[in-house]
Design a protein around this ligand. Sequence first.
Ligand code: HXC
Length: 524
Amino acid sequence: MSGSERPEIRKLREMKEKALLGGGKVAIEKQHAKGKLTARERIELLVDPDSFLEVDMLVRHRATEFGMEKKWAYGDGVVTGLAKVGGRRVVVIAQDFTFMGGSLGEMHAAKVVKAMSYALSTGVPVIFLNDSGGARIQEGVDSLKGYGDIFYMNVQASGVIPQIAAIMGPCAGGAVYSPALMDFIVMVRKTSFMFITGPRVVKQVIGEDVDEQQLGGADVHATRSGMASFVANNDEEAINIIKKLLTYLPSNNMEDPPYEPTNDNPNRMDPELDTIIPEDPNAPYDVRDVITRVLDTGTFFEVFPQWARSAVVGFGRLAGRVVGVVANQPNFMAGVLDIDSSDKIARFVRFCDAFNIPILTFVDVPGYLPGTRQEHGGIIRHGAKILYAYSEATVPKLTVILRKAYGGAYIAMGSRHLGADFVIAWPTAEIAVMGPEGAAQIIWRRELAAIEDPQKRAEKLKEFAQEYREKIANPYVAAARGYIDAVIEPKETRPTLIKALEHLITKREIRIRVPPKKHGIMPV
Ligand code: HXC
């Protein structure tokens, strides 16, 4: 046989060559024409060279109805395998739209579940690149069973391994619930969409005219629904976002997030911080300027940058160690807590806690947003999630009060009372039940009412507000009680936090005795 290839080996090679083509050359061209890469091209961009170990390449569906016996491809519309990204192990699942629109049948689902089981049992992140027409219509309940199995796996994996989804094409109907159960979603502009029911059904049922992008495009989910944690302009960008995100995450909940040495001096003082808070206590400023000045240079990576913008969340590093940053954003609706920003903060805090990421909170919050829209929309229930998430979190919790910390929002935003380990305040902090003007109008209501001249009344109000500010709305009352550990000059923030984090990193939670329980009931 020497010199000529054995027929068994040739057969295998031919099978593999066929598998590499998925749904075939024409379908691949169509995929490219839409501005999308194929599943294999996406994997190639994502993983380290030569690191991909494909699993189940030769899986085929078992359906025999509706012409399915003639319609098949090796792989059944999804490519799965083990790989490395930045030298770290991951599991990759990439749906292949070129075969039957990446639709999910029995065996397609079985591959996904097997890949997720690998990720869970070996403790590595799972990356799921979605591009699918949803449940494979020809396979009926076997497809639905497949989705159910995937959702079940998503829930088992939740809080054990990071789960990252990218939406790189259609994702409709019940299919949306797998990404929804994962930790982060990256959506690609123009080529991807997510919705429960598509435009045609929307038109039939409620008569509304809307197209796919208006209904469930990347920008809608990044700004309105809070589904897309990140938006990319194309497939390459989406893959790069996933790679960057991974650098902040541990591989599983038993590990610490990756440490990365930095050239940024841990003792670096930043005098600019001393003047960053405007003289006028109601004037806005961008809290991201504070965050980026305090963290290691260039490490801040914002999550949900366009949704619920009165709060800012994201990852960063302090002297090389990963922290999860939560902040109020005075630049947007004065940094108020509303329904969406409560959800955004609570979810992020829980993610950090699950994955051993210390939480660093910057507070400048006037309170919860008033009004019927918020009250009727359930701000009480949503706001409670922040309290729940911070109270439950056992990772090191560090809090910096920059300016306003009023009422319930003061308590909610990582206060000592919810278990923060290290709380510092700037001299500009105003810790009180409410803002000085509001407080003065209640405390000195009668005195103010007795002044007839509106001009004089306004002046008196200002005076009373100042008195309130001096006596109560400052950091020193809380410092006198030990509710905050130190009042510092803003420029000292970075070195102070780094010192504190260095000590807190070995924190072991001492909990008050609570009866054994399966889990609490978060006000979802
Ligand atoms: C079987 C499917 C399919 C599906 C697409 N295809 N979706 N085959 N089951 N769900 C096939 C198409 O027939 C076509 O096959 C090929 O994939 C490419 O699709 P095109 O329509 O040519 O592509 P495009 O124009 O880009 O449109 C993509 C699409 C559209 C928007 C996804 O195909 C579509 O609307 N499909 C149906 C979506 C749907 O209703 N899915 C069920 C959702 S309910 P040929 O052979 O012509 O190339 C659901 C329930 C899950 O998912 C429940 C979980 C709890």
